[in-house]
Design a protein around this ligand. Structure first.
Ligand code: CA
Length: 223
């Protein structure tokens, strides 16, 4: 899950980046509205956290323009003003939720989880490929009845694979969704993490689920 934070307060942006990365999210930060809009329109994000008070272009204008250009990503608005008009205006403009500053990190996490769960909640909250299951809400993974312990990065990687079963995912796609802009395209870190992950979910088990597609990338599939 990759998140874009658009926030000019460096300290708050840094606090969100550090905390959310520890929770396994990949995170990029834009420090003004115009840059934020351009990055959001990239379309690689699963969620945009957007402050209302921003230099160059305010958050509500960013949101309006983003929706006008058919940006579909869920947007969580941040506001210092508890003014009801702001919230109403934000929701009218196409925000999915809002959070009033100051907020606690736990509050932020809860809102993010609720927003991320929303599209899948109606169908099935559990992700399943063959006998491998991942519960995004409880952050647990099972192969059959055996619980598998994953690091936060391995969990984020598997979560991305399980949302696209049977589809070949290139290193670029994986980098875009699981890593942030600090990712070095020359590094072999994705292959290293895929190797760790494969060892944990496939080693000593049949059928093998995580396959290499030579020269292209990787695919998670059950048959
Ligand atoms: Ca601000």
């Amino acid at each position: 899950m990759r998140i874009l934070v658009v926030e000019d307060e460096k300290k708050l942006a840094g606090f969100m980046k550090k905390g959310l990365e520890e929770e396994g999210y990949a995170l990029d930060v834009a420090f003004d509205g115009r840059e934020g809009l351009l990055m959001a329109l990239d379309g690689v994000y699963d969620l945009v956290i957007l402050d209302i008070n921003l230099p160059k272009m305010d958050g509500l204008s960013v949101l309006q323009e983003f929706r006008r250009q058919k940006g579909q990503t869920p947007v969580l608005l941040l506001t210092v003003r508890a003014a009801i008009e702001d919230k109403v205006l934000g929701l009218d403009t196409g925000a999915d939720d809002y959070l009033t500053k100051p907020f606690s990190f736990q509050e932020l996490l809860a809102r993010i989880r609720a927003l991320m769960r929303r599209p899948a909640a109606a169908a099935s909250p559990l992700l399943r490929v063959a006998d491998l299951t991942l519960d995004p809400a409880r952050r647990v993974v099972f192969r059959g009845s055996e619980k598998i312990d994953l690091s936060t990065k391995e969990f984020a990687l598997l979560d991305y694979f399980m949302r696209h079963p049977g589809r070949v995912l290139t290193r670029t796609m994986i980098a875009e969704h699981v890593w942030d802009y600090d990712f070095d395209p020359m590094s072999n870190i994705i292959d290293v993490y895929v190797t760790y992950l494969r060892k944990k979910i496939d080693s000593g088990r049949e059928p093998k689920l995580l396959h290499t597609v030579r020269g292209v990338g990787y695919v998670l599939q059950g048959d």
